[in-house]
Design a protein around this ligand. Structure first.
Ligand SMILES: [Zn+2]
Length: 486
């Protein structure tokens, strides 16, 4: 009876969000995120989906009937093209902003997957040339741009606060969903699932990623709707953030200091949200004459496309950016801000000998143009590497933020001599207090809480607090764990 819950990703880790739900013979997926980590392990995990080929291709009684995507971040959306590759042709529901963000993001992700496979095959080829034994078969990309294109055709709009029956379901059997604003990034949602089996209703709330009040650009999270069960993220389950208020002053101080000593500010920034928040804050600081008007660059084709989506989706803006947009022609642009397009323009920055700021993806320094800027700037103590977001275990970004004395970039050991600082205040994830207060409106109806999307220490701390404060049972499922609820 009720819902059969199958945890398939972001289980005791922060990456690869994906949960499979089954009720009355209907199967749906919440998110289908890319697992990011060590190459081999990631490839292994990402190529194995929660559902088998027959379920994906729509044959048989237990076929996958819908996917609901909480938001566009790659750790929630980035394995969707694998669904298409393995035969899924059904709908993927998401908000209009999430859909528009998925277009550049999934194409970019496919491009990275193809480039990665090509690199591995070239490396194997070189090894064979110097007499190394024949290796295994050529590396296949996880998915291609064609798979991403196919999946993008399957995206369907779902607006906030509009309860919707999923395909193949009726009022008495199967699933309905309704989305609330998660306040985590543009278009982000929490998903309230209503499952019916022979008229018996079970409400399951999936938090997606829970945001925070007062973040630049986006609106505050809605209060949690009432549910019987909760699947909640726990990224910062053991931490408290600095208040968001002073972040502008801190950023101003850093820019002034590095510009005065003639250094570069290298900002690994997630192409989505963090880059746009930084652009808007820097724009306001320049207008207010609180920082020198040094050249600034957004060196990421993805961030450039994503910024255009931010410009368009004014319905998701908060009042601060709406007000700011009335005082300026473009909140995301000014004279000395340049969105670089070509690789040549990007490389030309290496020869720029004046203070400047460059933002590039990826945010955890795993790929993309940021690697070139780090390679060229990490050994110069005049420079600043400004970390702006969460750095998962085993990523280059984590090694830098932990100030390891030496790191590998493109296979070469490099000394970390640049200053390293971080702005955690802009985090899009609620901290421990914020998670506890976000869930409070639904505590009285909850029977059980499942914590996902967190590393074990963060989960343990949050579990303890929820048990103590709300007297609820809390489970931290492992990948592959199954539960029956309702
Ligand atoms: Zn997210």
């Amino acid at each position: 009876m009720g819902i059969r819950l199958h945890f398939w990703g972001a289980a005791q880790t922060v990456t690869g969000s994906s949960h499979h739900l089954e009720c009355a013979g209907r199967n749906i997926l919440l998110d289908c995120g890319l697992y990011q980590g060590r190459r081999q392990e990631a490839q292994e995990i990402n190529s194995h989906l929660a559902l088998n080929a027959a379920q994906l291709s729509g044959q048989g009684p237990d076929a996958l009937s819908a996917v609901v995507l909480s938001h566009a971040h790659i750790d929630h959306s980035g394995n969707l093209p694998s669904l298409a590759k393995q035969g899924y042709r059904g709908p993927v529901f998401a908000t209009p902003a999430t859909i528009d963000l998925c277009h550049p993001m999934l194409k970019d992700s496919a491009h990275i997957q193809e480039g990665d496979a090509e690199f591995m095959n070239r490396r194997r080829g070189k090894r064979r040339q110097i007499g190394a034994p024949e290796g295994a078969a050529p590396v296949e990309p996880l998915y291609t741009e064609d798979d991403a294109e196919q999946l993008l055709q399957q995206l369907r709009q779902l607006k906030l606060h509009e309860p919707t029956l999923l395909p193949g379901s009726s009022r008495d059997e199967g699933f309905g969903v309704s989305l609330t604003n998660a306040g985590h990034m543009l278009g982000s949602t929490c998903v309230l699932v209503e499952a019916n089996e022979r008229g018996q209703k079970t409400r399951l709330l999936f938090s997606g990623d829970v945001g925070r009040k007062n973040l630049p650009i986006i609106q505050d999270p809605d209060p949690a709707p009432q549910a019987d069960y909760l699947i909640m993220e726990s990224t910062y389950g053991n931490r408290l953030h600095q208040p968001i208020g002073p972040v502008k002053q801190k950023l101003a101080g850093l820019v002034r200091r590095v510009a005065a000593r003639g250094g570069r500010i290298i900002v690994p920034a997630f192409a989505v949200e963090r880059t746009q928040q930084m652009i808007m804050l820097l724009h306001q600081l320049i207008d207010e004459k609180l920082i020198p008007d040094i050249p600034m660059f957004v060196d990421s084709p993805l961030a450039t496309s994503v910024t255009e989506v931010f410009r368009q989706h004014t319905e998701d803006w908060d009042s601060e950016i709406a007000d700011f947009s009335r005082t300026t022609t473009d909140p995301f642009g000014w004279q000395r801000l340049k969105y670089t397009k070509t690789v040549q323009e990007s490389k030309a920055l290496n020869d720029l000998h004046v203070p400047f700021l460059v933002m590039a993806a990826s945010g955890m320094c795993e790929a993309g143009r940021i690697l070139h800027h780090l390679k060229n700037g990490i050994e110069d103590p005049k420079n600043l590497i400004l970390i702006t977001g969460y750095q998962a275990a085993n990523t280059l970004g984590r090694k830098i933020v932990e100030r390891q004395p030496e790191v590998n970039i493109f296979g070469e050991p490099m000394r970390v001599r640049a200053e390293v600082d971080s702005i955690g205040e802009l985090s899009g994830h609620a901290d421990q207090h914020e998670l506890l207060s976000w869930m409070e409106p639904t505590v009285s109806t909850l029977k059980k809480v499942f914590l996902v999307h967190g590393e074990p220490l963060a989960q343990a701390a949050l579990k303890e607090e929820i048990e103590k404060r709300y007297k609820l049972e809390v489970i931290c499922p492992k990948r592959g764990d199954r539960f029956e609820i309702g």
